[in-house]
Structures are given as C-alpha cells and as structure tokens.
Design a binder for this molecule. Structure first.
Ligand SMILES: [Zn+2]
Ligand SMILES: [Zn+2]
Ligand SMILES: [Zn+2]
Ligand SMILES: [Zn+2]
Length: 165
C-alpha cells in the first residue's frame, strides 16, 4: 500500500457523503461511469458526489474496498475517495503529544503513559533525554516522563522541583 503525501493546506473541509444505489431503467440512455468512463449497462448503478458509478468502480483509494457495500458512506479529501476506516486512519488524530504538544495523526505510532500520548521521538526522560526500550521502567511525575535514576534522585532531594528544558 502506498501512503500518499497529502496536502493539508487548502484541503476542503472533511466531507462525509452518502451513496445512493439506483436501479437503471432499461429504456434510458446509459450513464457514463465516473470511475472508468465506460457506459453503465448494469441493472444497478451508484450515485455519489453527483456522479454515477459502476458498483465495482466506486472504490476506496487505499484499500480498494467497494464503497457501495460499506455502510453507504464515503469520505473525500484532497481528491481521494476513501472508506471510513482509511479516512480515520489517515486524517483522524490520536491527540496532542504530551511532550511537544503538537497533534499526532492517527496513523503514527505512539507511546502511551496513563492518559498521555507521545510521539515515539518525544518519549524520553525529560531531564536526561534517555530513551526507553520495551521493558524499561519509566516514571511519570508532575506529568513529566522520568527515567528511574532521575526519579529516584528527585525523591532523595528535598524540595525537588524538576526543571523542564
Ligand atoms: Zn466504471
Ligand atoms: Zn479503504
Ligand atoms: Zn511530540
Ligand atoms: Zn533521566
């Protein structure tokens, strides 16, 4: 699967759109499909985005699922047609990183500590910058991530006030 580079600026607002399934009257002129540009000669066609589609041609740009079958909604952004799952994966957000406070897109891997989420790159001891591996102990104090050494040092010092760099 290919991850596209999405232009975030100038994108239209998120849109969730309905899909209608229509039966084709035999005596009407066949409509052209917006996906493959061929005439639709099937008994049914889909109407979405003010265009007509073969049932097979209205597909998610990411996973190729047929959108006429997935709860009859589609999502568009940056000229892509997406199913709900891929839309949320690509454009949803996990939340704000508790360390750098920037938004984390839903498709990014994150670290979680209690209700906080962090970019993988931001998840480090906020005093000595030590990174953590799976199985390492870390501590959360005053909402700061600390390694064991800094945490224990902090406990020993009286009036300990951790300084955020
Ligand atoms: Zn088609
Ligand atoms: Zn999809
Ligand atoms: Zn971050
Ligand atoms: Zn540390």
């Amino acid at each position: 699967m290919q991850l596209y580079c999405f232009p975030y600026k100038g994108c239209k607002p998120n849109s969730r759109l309905g899909i209608q399934m229509l039966s084709v009257q035999p005596d009407t002129k066949p409509k052209g499909c917006a996906g493959c540009n061929r005439k639709i000669k099937d008994r049914y066609l889909l109407k979405a985005l003010d265009k007509y589609w073969h049932e097979d041609c209205l597909k998610c740009a990411c996973c190729d699922c047929r959108l006429g079958e997935v709860g009859s909604t589609l999502y568009t952004k940056a000229n892509l047609i997406l199913c709900r799952r891929d839309y949320l994966r690509l454009f949803g957000v996990t939340g704000n990183c508790a360390a750098c406070s920037k938004l984390i897109p839903a498709f990014e891997m994150v670290m979680r500590a209690k209700e906080n989420v962090y970019h993988l790159d931001c998840f480090a001891c906020q005093l000595c910058n030590q990174r953590f591996c799976v199985g390492d102990k870390f501590f959360l104090k005053n909402n700061m991530i600390l390694c064991q050494t800094d945490y224990e040092e902090g406990l020993m010092k009286e009036g300990y006030a951790p300084q955020v760099r």
